[in-house]
Design a protein. Structure first.
Length: 386
């Protein structure tokens, strides 16, 4: 999440301080500022946007985003087409060129659950000690030590970030977030409507999105219906403003999609089919929403087991060939050391020595078909599935 210094800089940027982005310019001509709400499919979206705008004209803010922008030469800032990162609204104050914002929200309950299990499986994260010490997710959320579990989406969009303490966000902050959305965002989407959000954004910014891989997907988390009701109630209690903001953005997005008509729906269906085909080609985890994490893990385990079994069969064939080679070696005066060295080269898959072995008239004719047709393709497949 944004640091306190980032939040302080952004917090000064209230509704009275924010002039609307330049109306004379189209959105496609403006620098796009992507407010990446943590655990809301932002990593995938940032990768797509960086691909559209290019690495050279994109900038990923880390901690202390405002200090980074202030330290950057003006000429470099003017060349930026995309700025993205975990930061509250307000970074536009450092830009002299036309700008506009974009963000994606996620259902607050699902976002907090994803955040908790992400932290719990990230020992290097600063929040890990708190998550590890908590008895469960209910304890983690209610302890009051993690702003990420308290209306973080309202915090980002209003610009207050972390300058308001845990549990002290108000309806004024919610209304400020809505105000900023109405005046300064080319689009606000949701992770649940990711593809529709992406198509709408491309339409408004003048580019056509390509199929994409999903990044930073947390498969080690429990789903909402797997948690006790007390945990869900606690999350809702400390994210009441985010729930209202999410409903507001979702309704607004549905209306914007409906305005596009049937052609947009057809384009959306075609895009989703293209993504399924792309995922299959990349052997990525593209499964139906009803498939559980355990089912996905079982499927991967079955594929690995099948590949391992097939590899063991080939190893057995190689062992048989080894016995034949030992006989041939003895007849032709070869040493055991030479034979073991050659077979070790095969096992290690060292390419240059491997082909030297295969070129040897003593055993090359017997080994080449097995190595070329079975062993090497299998080794590549096993390695790709690790």
């Amino acid at each position: 999440m944004a640091t306190s210094s980032d939040s302080a800089a952004a917090g000064a940027n209230t509704a009275a301080d924010t002039a609307p982005d330049t109306a004379a310019d189209t959105a496609a001509d403006k620098t796009l500022i992507f407010l990446h709400v943590p655990k809301a499919a932002g990593t995938t979206m940032a990768s797509i946007l960086t691909g559209q705008y290019g690495e050279q004209t994109s900038y990923h803010t880390k901690r202390q985003a405002h200090q980074q922008m202030e330290a950057m030469p003006e000429a470099q800032r003017r060349q930026l087409r995309l700025i993205h990162g975990h930061m509250p609204f307000g970074l536009h104050r450092h830009l002299s060129q036309p700008w506009t914002y974009f963000t994606m929200l996620r259902h607050p309950v699902d976002r907090v659950i994803s955040h908790y299990y992400y932290i719990l499986n990230s020992p290097d994260h600063s929040g890990y000690p708190v998550a590890k010490a908590a008895r469960d997710i209910t304890d983690y959320v209610s302890c009051g030590m993690q702003e990420q579990t308290n209306n973080v989406q309202t915090r980002h969009l209003s610009g207050i970030g972390g300058i308001v303490k845990f549990g002290q966000c108000t309806r004024e902050h919610l209304e400020l977030a809505k105000h900023n959305l109405e005046r300064h965002f080319v689009l606000a989407g949701t992770s649940e409507q990711f593809d529709a959000t992406l198509l709408l954004l491309g339409q408004r910014l003048g580019w056509t999105p390509a199929p994409y891989p999903k990044l930073n997907v947390n498969l080690k988390r429990r789903k909402r219906d797997e948690l006790p009701r007390r945990a869900i109630a606690t999350i809702r209690q400390f994210n009441a403003l985010d729930l209202e903001l999410y409903d507001y953005v979702s309704a607004r997005l549905r209306a914007q999609i409906a305005e596009q008509g049937t052609d947009f729906q057809a384009a959306l269906e075609a895009f989703q089919q293209a993504n399924l085909a792309y995922g299959a080609a990349q052997d990525s985890v593209q499964v139906q929403p009803t498939e559980s994490v355990s089912q996905r893990q079982a499927a991967r385990a079955n594929r690995k087991a099948a590949a391992k079994s097939e590899l063991e069969q080939v190893k057995g064939q190689l062992a048989h060939v080894q016995r034949e080679l030992e006989i041939a070696q003895a007849l032709q005066g070869r040493t055991q050391h030479q034979l073991r060295r050659a077979l070790k080269m095969l096992a290690q898959n060292r390419r240059d020595p491997l082909w030297q072995v295969l070129d040897n008239p003593l055993w090359g004719d017997r080994l080449r078909p097995i190595v070329e047709n079975k062993l090497l393709p299998l080794m590549r497949r096993v390695q790709s599935r690790r």
